[in-house]
Write a protein that binds this ligand. Structure first.
Ligand code: GLA
Length: 710
């Protein structure tokens, strides 16, 4: 890089400009709207134009926040870096990062600074990917003799001051990813997650936008920390005028100690910018996640999962019958959930003993696998590798493998504890047991569960979450390397492990343990802020939800799952021919939409009535779009406001139809546009919209638009 000319990275309508302040420290001059082709003179002019004055009652230099927010230069917010050295060493506790080199390699910038006095080398990598998503990462190397104890390595990105409203997500078991919004005022809004897993309440994204931003309107910026252990996201406004979105791993004292020459690399902080609401913001994350989950690029097989169908009541006879019914309605992958392994008759025992229970499966799982594959379906299996039941052969034989932070084991949580994956023997035995299963049985898919927070746990006297998270990643990597076509689902008491770190190694997430479609309408919508729809598992459960006792029609349940990775979690063996026929029609409908789901664009057209939620997928070439319109309460008005369909080509003419498999409530739409088979331009559909029929609360409609010239 020419020392004086700022560096301009620009892709997919996004620009990042990194310049230098008066003392040569790299600063982000702009992250947001694409600036087009700008020459050096313009970039220099931008730097001059963005140069601040010298504040009163302050340091005597124009103050700018560098790439690493740093108190030694007058930044009063959260320091990007913190650490210490033990003993009588006179070295500085925190680095002062003044001399920087900036190297550009294509669309990646690496900015490096070494503080020899404190013994810190810091590298900040910034890269814009093809879809305009910003990848940022901070690394720290200990350059001098003696241990460097790290307590915080955060990466942050400045956003425009006119982004004055914040959105983040929270949640709990069966209600993951609930949005919360508030004005972005001075101070720090921090979302720390200390569950030893991503967490049911993990925010996924922290978004800052112009007031009132929605899925389709408002300028917005967002960050995501790609990590499955303890982590944070924060938004910070300082009295000096900084507006930062940041994140990183949360490190416990003593968790990361760097010996001389050792390096800590932070997880990636992913940053997205949108000129027009949340949908375009999400598309950049979706493009990235699609690129790193290559096995999920094929059309996702329709799943039948046995959990809510049989729970622990497993037998070859019962499951073979369920598999027969599943195959007859069009299921393509049959997943045997919890309860198949040694002594696992309920959820109180046996985690860690990953061999097939001969009492329940006297001939092993082979006959069931053959039965399933013989009917043209793939076979999938539930495992919970990181856990161990105190009542298990593994815990009895190797009590030292149960992760703990003191002599006593941590309090019980679903009667289970965590296996110490940093214990080499524990890791090796677990890996070998899983490989033995994969080698012996024709397993296409693992549902990988994780049903406990990690509380009060250490390994070799150090807090264990960092190492445990890395060990889990290594285990996933090893299994995938040994079985390249194996797909893995990330489940964690439902949706407590949803993040871009785990999705670099898995192929879909289980969004929640609730199959109640009303809950799902909300939580799938917000999960898709980060995760593309084909990577979000969505199952049709029984009419009355096991987790809420609400009852819904098949139409509402199936339409809610339609645009995601579709599955069934329901004892279908008791259904009559008519009911099975209706279910089969929904699966058939899903298979018609499916080619678009993993390749198209997800949209959430804003609707004036909060009771109406609209979810759509539009083909990449915009020849076709499918939309699910669902009410989540009673509409405010008798006739709901017009439905505006976004994502289409404004200049193309489309025909709009309603697509409904047969079944109750499906055939009585007489007073709407669909009866006349209207054709309208994409522009009219987006800006004027079409009338909706009168809708009941908790009713769903499926609409299809198809370009007339396609
Ligand atoms: C967790 C999962 C469920 C199911 C059970 C089995 O709760 O989230 O989907 O697999 O475990 O015990």
């Amino acid at each position: 890089m020419n020392e004086s000319v700022p560096t301009h990275l620009s892709r997919s309508g996004v620009s990042l400009v990194v310049g230098r302040d008066a003392s040569g420290v790299p600063v982000v001059l702009h992250w947001g709207a694409g600036l087009g082709d700008v020459d050096d003179a313009t970039l220099l002019a931008l730097e001059v134009a963005r140069r601040p004055g010298v504040s009163r009652s302050s340091y005597d230099l124009p103050r700018r926040t560098g790439l690493v927010p740093d108190g030694t230069r007058g930044f009063s917010g959260t320091p990007g870096l913190a650490g210490h050295r033990v003993g009588g060493d006179a070295r500085a506790a925190a680095p002062s990062l003044v001399d920087w080199t900036v190297e550009r390699d294509g669309d990646t910038l690496t900015c490096t600074s070494v503080d020899d006095e404190a013994g810190w080398q810091v590298d900040v990598e910034l890269a814009l990917d093809e879809g305009g998503l910003l990848h940022a990462r901070t690394s720290v190397t200990n350059t001098v003799a003696g241990d460097l104890h790290l307590s915080s390595v955060l990466t942050s990105l400045p956003v425009a001051a006119h982004a004055t409203e914040l959105l983040d997500l929270t949640g709990r078991w069966c209600k993951e990813r609930t949005p919360q919004r508030h004005p972005w005022v001075q101070g720090t809004h921090r979302r720390d997650a200390r569950h030893g897993r991503t967490g049911h309440d993990a925010t996924l994204l922290l978004v800052a936008g112009t007031p009132g931003f929605s899925f389709g309107a408002g300028e917005a910026w967002a960050v995501h920390t790609a990590w499955s252990g303890n982590h944070t996201h924060y938004a910070e406004r300082t009295p000096e005028g900084d507006c930062l979105l940041g994140g990183g791993e949360l490190l416990a004292p003593g968790e990361v100690v760097l010996a001389t020459g050792e390096t800590y690399r932070s997880p990636e902080l992913l940053g997205s910018w949108s000129p027009a609401g949340l949908d375009p913001l999400s598309h950049r994350f979706h493009a990235h996640l699609r690129a790193i989950t290559p096995r999920a690029r094929t059309e996702r097989p329709v799943i039948a999962n046995t959990w809510e169908a049989v729970y622990f009541d497993q037998s070859l006879e019962r499951l073979a019958e369920l598999a027969d019914v599943a195959a007859s309605v069009g299921v393509e992958r049959f997943v045997l959930d919890d309860g198949w392994f040694l002594g696992r008759r309920d959820d109180t025992t046996a985690l860690g003993d990953w061999t097939v229970d001969p009492d329940v499966w006297p001939q092993g799982l082979g006959p069931l696998v053959e039965h399933v594959t013989g009917r043209g379906m793939q076979f999938g299996l539930w495992v919970e590798p990181e856990m161990v039941s105190p009542d298990s052969e593994t815990a009895r034989r190797h009590p030292e493998r149960v992760l703990r932070g003191r002599a006593a084991v941590p309090p019980a949580w679903r009667r289970q504890q965590v296996l110490d994956l940093q214990d080499e023997a524990a890791y090796a035995d677990l890996r070998d047991a899983l490989l033995a299963l994969l080698d012996e049985l024709d397993i296409a898919y693992l549902k990988w569960d994780h049903n406990r927070d990690l509380t009060d746990v250490t390994h070799d006297g150090r807090p264990a979450v960092h190492g445990q998270t890395l060990a889990t990643y290594t285990l996933l990597d090893e299994l995938r390397a040994a079985h390249p076509s194996l797909e893995i689902e990330s489940c964690s008491s439902g949706g407590a492990r949803v993040d871009a770190g785990v999705l670099a190694r898995t192929d879909r997430v289980w969004a929640s343990d609730t199959n109640d479609p009303l809950e799902r309408q909300h939580l799938q919508r917000w999960t898709s802020l980060l995760v593309p729809p084909e990577l979000i598992g969505a199952h049709v459960g029984p009419p009355t939800s096991h987790t809420t006792e609400r009852t819904h029609t098949l139409r509402y349940r199936a339409a809610t799952a339609l645009l995601h990775h579709f599955g069934i979690e329901w004892d279908m063996t008791g259904l009559d021919e008519t009911a099975l026929g209706e279910l089969a029609s929904w699966i058939e409908l899903h298979k018609r939409v499916r080619p678009l789901i993993g390749t198209g664009t997800l949209v959430h057209p804003d609707h004036a009535d909060p009771a109406v939620l609209v979810t759509g997928v539009v083909a990449a070439d915009r020849t076709e779009g499918w939309y699910v319109v669902a009410t989540v309460a009673s509409t405010d008005t008798q006739h709901p406001a017009a439905l505006r369909l976004t994502g289409l080509d404004p200049d193309r003419l489309y025909r709009l139809t309603e697509e409904l498999p047969p079944g109750p409530g499906g055939a009585d739409l007489t007073d709407s546009w669909s009866a006349s088979g209207s054709t309208l331009t994409g522009r009219l559909l987006a800006v004027a919209g079409v009338a909706l029929p009168v809708l009941h609360p908790e009713e769903a409609r499926v609409l299809r638009v198809r370009a007339v010239d396609a």
